[in-house]
Design a protein around this ligand. Structure first.
Ligand code: XMP
Length: 184
C-alpha cells in the first residue's frame, strides 16, 4: 500500500444526506413504474444505496431490491479496464424498470457494462443513479441519469468507497493524498 493521507473532506455527512433526499425526489417520476427494481452495484455503493432506499420509502413505493457485484479495480487505484461479474442480481428483471445505483462513474466501463447486461436480461428500461461523477476520466461515452456530486480526477474514499478495503466506514467523502512510496 502507498503512503497516504485522508485530510480533505469533500462532502460531509450533512451534505450527503441532503443530496440523497434531493436525488430521491428527482427520481420521483421513475416510481410510477409498476415494476420497479433497484439494483446496487457493490461494493462501494452499499451505504449510498441503504440511505437511498430508505428515502424512497417516503414516496410510498415498494421497489424490488437486489445487488450485483461488479469489479474493474484490483487492490489499488487504477482500473484494470475489464469488468467482471462476481455475483449477478437474481431478481427477474424481464419487463422491469431498473434503476442501477453505483458509487462512482469514472471511466464509465462498469455502468455501461451493467446497463447492457440488464437490458440483455430483458429489462424494459435501465436508468442510473451515481453518488459521484468524474467526467474528466470518461473512456466510454455514458452519462448517469441522476448524479449526486461531480468530482475532479482525485481518488476518494468514505461513505462506502475504499482504498484497499479501508475507509468504507467513514460517514463523509474525502480525498486521498498519496505522499510516498509503498509502505507494505
Ligand atoms: P468505472 O471506471 O468502470 O469505475 O466507471 C467505476 C468503479 O471504479 C471505482 N472507483 C473508485 N473507487 N475511489 C474509490 O474508492 C475512487 O476515487 C474511485 N474511482 C473509481 C468504483 O468502485 C466505481 O464503482
Amino acid at each position: 500500500m502507498q503512503e497516504h493521507h485522508i485530510e480533505n473532506v469533500l462532502f460531509d455527512a450533512e451534505q450527503i444526506g441532503r443530496r440523497v433526499s434531493e436525488l430521491v425526489d428527482d427520481m420521483a417520476h421513475q416510481y410510477q413504474s409498476q415494476n420497479l427494481v433497484m439494483i446496487a452495484i457493490l461494493r462501494g455503493s452499499f451505504m449510498f444505496f441503504a440511505d437511498l432506499v430508505r428515502e424512497v420509502n417516503r414516496h410510498g413505493v415498494h421497489p424490488r431490491i437486489d445487488f450485483t457485484t461488479l469489479s474493474s479495480y484490483g487492490s489499488g487505484t487504477e482500473s484494470s479496464g475489464k469488468v467482471t461479474i462476481g455475483r449477478d442480481a437474481t431478481v427477474d428483471v424481464a419487463g422491469a424498470d431498473v434503476i442501477l445505483i453505483d458509487d462512482i462513474l469514472d471511466t464509465g466501463r462498469t455502468l455501461s457494462f451493467a446497463s447492457t447486461h440488464f437490458l440483455s436480461r430483458g429489462a424494459h428500461s435501465v436508468h442510473s443513479c451515481v453518488l459521484l461523477d468524474k467526467p474528466s476520466r470518461r473512456v466510454v461515452p455514458i452519462t448517469a441519469d441522476y448524479v449526486g456530486f461531480e468530482v475532479d480526477d482525485v481518488f476518494v474514499v468514505g461513505y462506502g468507497l475504499d482504498f484497499d478495503s479501508y475507509y468504507r466506514e467513514l460517514p463523509y467523502i474525502a480525498e486521498v493524498t498519496f505522499t510516498g512510496e509503498a509502505i507494505t
